[in-house]
Design a protein around this ligand. Sequence first.
Ligand SMILES: CC(C)(COP(=O)(O)OP(=O)(O)OC[C@H]1O[C@@H](n2cnc3c(N)ncnc32)[C@H](O)[C@@H]1OP(=O)(O)O)[C@@H](O)C(=O)NCCC(=O)NCCS
Length: 154
Amino acid sequence: MDEALLREYQPSDFEALYRIDQACYPPGIAYTRRMLRWFLSQPGRICLVAERRGEPVGFLVAVCEGTVGHIVTIDVLERYRRRGLGTRLLGEAERRMVAAGVRTVELETATSNHAAIAFWTKHGYRTRGVLRGYYSDGQDAYWMHKTLVTRAGT
Ligand SMILES: CC(C)(COP(=O)(O)OP(=O)(O)OC[C@H]1O[C@@H](n2cnc3c(N)ncnc32)[C@H](O)[C@@H]1OP(=O)(O)O)[C@@H](O)C(=O)NCCC(=O)NCCS
């Protein structure tokens, strides 16, 4: 496939990102427009968009707060998966988090989401605990984290 381009989020992307999120997650886990808007309005927010032929095909939202970064969501449309796009989005987000002073990255993922668990594990994320009934449909989540390596190597 053509190489996808990674770029900054622009407000005109909102509806496309909302639709991608709805396509990537089941009801009860996908964000409402209101929740997605709220995350995008947070200080310290990172939002990267993967675009192919002018159309968003994936994105990542993270929020940095001091030394802690939180990955809110990473979404790649099904037909573009397993081509390294998620890895590129995550790599760029982690670089930006390091630059912002983040040392630890946290996220939640459904205990039933085997693809995501494999993805996070491959990228060095480890389970810290189980959040019972975390999602609005009652599903449990793994609370995962990773310590980022800074330029000083610590
Ligand atoms: C998780 C997600 C973002 C991965 O995106 P992607 O572009 O397919 O990821 P990559 O191609 O960079 O995959 C990197 C590695 O992750 C692992 N991985 C990714 N998807 C996998 C799957 N379905 N099964 C097993 N391992 C998987 C593999 O080790 C893969 O490397 P490989 O293809 O060389 O074997 C994508 O599956 C997605 O959008 N899922 C729906 C939304 C979601 O669940 N997000 C994460 C929840 S917090």
